[in-house]
Design a protein around this ligand. Structure first.
Ligand SMILES: Cc1cc2nc3c(=O)[nH]c(=O)nc-3n(C[C@H](O)[C@H](O)[C@H](O)COP(=O)(O)OP(=O)(O)OC[C@H]3O[C@@H](n4cnc5c(N)ncnc54)[C@H](O)[C@@H]3O)c2cc1C
Length: 564
């Protein structure tokens, strides 16, 4: 016999999209059940930096940074072009700031404005030179009580000492702790807190980034009596006539018939962990090439499958199928590898990326999404998509390389594991990497000739506000460029990865799932990466997946409650 459970709203998935819908509906007085397939909650959001792209936030307005809804739309029009879904984009722009204001006023969610974090294409019309991207404030995981142990930890390679969270805001302090008293004090406090935490917890309890966002959302949801069932996948939707009325959920070994009186929200995080869907939708994978997803294992497109069974359709017309990032693969003691996304190091002065011909193929300070598209093009005729990020001894000790931290931390363990390749000369490095040595030496000589003057005539590194944001402001004349000349030389191998999928269910401005005739499937919503990205497969700025995930979650929650 099937068990039965009744609620107003059923939300499948516990990332930013799911929590946003659940909290908004609960604040409107609705009885909400969240179901999560995995034993841990938080999804990809818990792995992420948690940054949101929210135009015209209260913090941005208070700081007096120039922006307007019209300027934001102008930027989206020029960035997204033919892929722009105007009604959805307008709904996002109109609701993003009110959404964040609601969360900051009514819940534990808190964000910090990053005034110099420019949009990724600051030269386009309507782009912001800083003010649309915000970073979550760190949080104390102990606020979750016993449920802290059920919060998905960050990707192992992204924590220090196997368990210490590092916020984007901590990084300048870590890089400058031997140069500045304030940074030394900041780092000392982090280390002391971490050492104390490890006496009682499997990881640090001062959590940052997407982990802090999810902890803050979870605390807020639990306070509003939102129920969260773990290890409880939504299996299929149930209907009465055309209307979705709930779902069959596997819970504690039994199929439970969950009746959702007001609506069902699919928030299962897209399909980055489905090998079958990747090979259908990722062009390089369809061509038999390599790919390394970063998402947790549960994100296998369940929301899309369930919606299609009741008439929902996928919107596949996106510029890119997913949000790309270059990753390196970090060997583990058990023989496996864990990916590390290269967000930070590429942009610092003294790093170039080369292909197997030893040639540069991209501006290393471009966004991760753009960089990987150049990598695809460079490897078009090759069997494998790969490149090597190269630097010299001065750079690696100053800024690190991938998971290799800067001085005074040792790097020998990374050489022994095979992650980091070191050589006394450029030609020896090329030989060890198996790339064209003459080509690499030519590239290096050309790079160094211009780098001494802070110039990059080939790719224009350091020529816009976004490049410079990722560089070292203390390095002159160009924060992104330095010669690579101090032996020994180092490299790590880069391969393509993704942060989540852009292709998703066709939805309207209220986050309702649409059928083949573009009519809403009654009672069914999709948010986060379960809906086709409002960015049309482009990557306009930091936070363009979680910003919309939270905004369309808020829109869905309000629409279900009858207020939106
Ligand atoms: C390292 C990294 C850094 C990133 N940084 C940023 C950033 O700073 N800003 C930004 O905007 N984006 C960032 N991203 C991308 C971002 O994390 C994702 O796009 C976003 O978190 C997706 O949110 P979501 O709510 O759609 O899904 P998720 O957060 O992935 O949550 C989906 C949940 O649904 C569960 N689920 C799956 N199937 C079912 C089912 N059948 N029933 C119930 N539950 C199910 C999954 O187990 C998962 O827990 C980053 C990604 C990575 C990997």
């Amino acid at each position: 016999m099937t068990d039965r459970h009744e609620c107003d709203v059923l939300v499948a998935g516990s990332g930013a999209g799911g929590f946003s819908a659940a909290i908004t509906a609960a604040h409107a007085g609705l009885d909400v059940l969240m179901v999560e397939k995995e034993p841990l909650f938080g999804g990809t959001t818990a792995y992420s930096a948690g940054v949101v792209w929210i135009p015209m936030s209260e913090a941005c307005v208070a700081a007096g940074l120039p922006d307007s809804p019209a300027e934001t739309m102008r930027y989206l029009e020029s960035e997204v072009g033919a892929f722009l879904d105007r009604p959805k984009a307008e709904a996002f722009v109109a609701n993003a700031a009110p959404m964040l204001a609601f969360f900051e006023r009514e819940t534990h969610v808190r964000y910090l404005l990053m005034p110099s974090w420019s949009d990724y294409h600051p030269e386009l019309p309507g782009a912001s030179q800083g003010g649309r991207s915000l970073l979550p404030l760190p949080y104390d995981g102990r606020e979750l009580g016993d449920r802290f142990r059920k919060l998905r930890p960050p990707i192992r390679t992204m924590m220090l000492f196997g368990g210490m969270s590092v916020s984007r805001d901590d990084i300048p302090h870590l890089l400058n702790f031997s140069r500045s008293g304030a940074s030394a004090w900041h780092v000392a406090k982090l280390l002391l807190r971490y050492a104390y935490d490890r006496l009682g917890y499997p990881r640090g309890t001062r959590i940052a980034n997407g982990n802090a966002l999810i902890a803050r959302m979870a605390k807020s949801a639990f306070e509003k009596d939102v129920a969260l069932w773990l290890e409880s996948p939504l299996l299929r939707l149930t209907q009465s006539g055309d209307r979705v009325t709930g779902a069959i959920v596997m819970h504690e070994g039994k199929e439970v018939d969950v009746v959702a009186r007001r609506g069902v929200v699919l928030a299962s995080g897209g399909f980055p962990a489905s090998a079958e869907m990747r090979s259908r939708h990722y062009r390089h994978v369809a061509a038999g090439k390599n790919h390394q997803p970063l998402a947790p294992p549960g994100n296998t497109g369940d929301g899309a499958r369930a919606a299609r069974e009741v008439g929902g359709v996928m919107h596949v017309e996106q510029d890119q199928a997913a949000a790309w990032t270059p990753v390196s693969l970090v060997p583990q003691a058990d023989g496996s590898t864990v990916p590390y996304p290269h967000f930070i190091d590429r942009c610092k002065p003294g790093y170039i990326a080369v292909d197997r011909r030893g040639r540069r193929f991209a501006n290393e300070a471009e966004s991760y999404h753009d960089f990987v598209q150049r990598l695809f093009a460079a490897c078009e005729g090759d069997d494998v998509v790969e490149a090597w990020l190269v630097c010299d001894h001065r750079a690696i000790r100053r800024y690190g390389l991938g998971v290799v931290p800067p001085a005074p931390m040792p790097l020998g363990n990374h050489i022994r594991s095979g992650y980091l390749v070191r050589a006394g000369t450029p030609s020896e490095l090329a030989r060890k990497l198996g790339i064209d040595s003459a080509g690499f030496e030519r590239t290096l000589a050309r790079h160094n000739e211009f780098a001494s003057r802070g110039e990059d005539p080939d790719f224009g590194k350091g020529t816009n506000a976004y490049h410079r944001f990722g560089g070292d402001p203390l390095h002159k004349p160009n924060p992104n460029i330095a010669p690579i000349a101090t032996a020994p030389f180092y490299a790590v191998r880069l391969v393509p990865g993704d942060l989540g999928t852009f292709i998703g269910l066709s939805t309207d401005a209220h986050a309702r799932v649409l059928d083949v005739n573009e009519r809403p499937v009654p009672g069914l919503y999709a948010v986060g990466n379960d809906q086709a990205s409002v960015m049309g497969g482009k990557y306009p700025g930091a936070g363009i997946t979680i910003g919309p995930a939270m905004t369309f979650g808020y829109i869905a929650g309000r629409h279900i409650a009858g207020g939106g």
